[in-house]
Design a protein around this ligand. Sequence first.
Ligand code: GTQ
Ligand code: FE2
Length: 373
Amino acid sequence: MTLDETPRARTDEDDQLASLYTDLAAVDLYPLWTITRDLLTPTPRPRSVPWLWRARVLTELAERALRLVPVERGGERRVLSLGNPGLAGQPYAAGTLWGAIQCLGPGETAPAHRHTPGAIRFILSGDGVATTVDGDVCDMHPGDLILTPSWNWHDHSSTSDGPMLWFDGLDLPMIEALDAVFFEPYPDVRQPGAEPHNRSEAEAGPGPRFVSGAVRDVLTAEHSPLLVYRWSDTDRELSRLAAESGAPLVSLEYVNPETGASVLPTMSCGMHRFVPGAKTLPVRRTGNSVFVVHRGSGWSVIDGQRFDWSAGDMFVVPSWAAVEHTSGEGADLFSISDTPVLRALGLHRELTLDAAQQVTGVFTPANLDTVSV
Ligand code: GTQ
Ligand code: FE2
């Protein structure tokens, strides 16, 4: 036996160290050198995973909820929230984003309230519902985008003889992480609505409602004064961009027509048109996204996993996942993401990869050479 293998006698220093750990734990202090969980990871490690919800499943369950569950004070909304399986039972599509399908039956009203999380609606099917946003009655039709910005009163009312379905996107998990959630019910079920409807559209200036690609600058913390973006305008702009560029994929971002900023300070909304046979190179990007397939079909490979999609499907691309899209017949994909916050904080990064996942382009805040989708 060598001297090294002899059990070392317990020293006074060992005793002091043991009591240091005991005393630290007793007063809620953690020594960094004993923390085994990765804190400063080389690249983002979101807990949310790539995931997809099928239109067929979403609509079937929404229709059953429509028959069985009333919309009343307390619950407030008939909403099925996308729960990412990586988030341990939390009702969030991704770490920073809420995504959901909401349905309203004939003649129903989802009661008026307001909250600090901001919301957007992208209309899926049906007609005859209006969302009143701080008194402005915004008519909703399939393919339209409607904004209900932070702390604006909003209720949804149906004058239809059929159900209506739409996608809800909220920044709720982000606002919760910032410990800044406030909620207030309106004293009545409905707000008084102004006539004529769609005041924000009538009053909007001539500024462009879309930018090609994505907003790059951090312009303002205000939300867009325009609350409604009609599908006919979005469609026309996509057609124009596709004809002008001849590219297999064109992307636009909905913007504040007065400033060119993202529609909400916390969330951006985009629409992406794939021509038949389009295929994109893989991209990694900081920030989470939720996609809603508006038209057509195709598939996306997200961190090596293939998700086939068609109209009405919803899927999540977590931060820094490598994503590439392919569409045989052509498609239009709506998306929300938390990009404005990442840009404002200097955290936005993108990597473009080639087919073999080798890096071909880098975007950091110091390098504005960027790509879309
Ligand atoms: O329509 O006001 O999906 O307050 C979640 C919370 C929708 C809404 C959601 C909400 C709403
Ligand atoms: Fe709400």
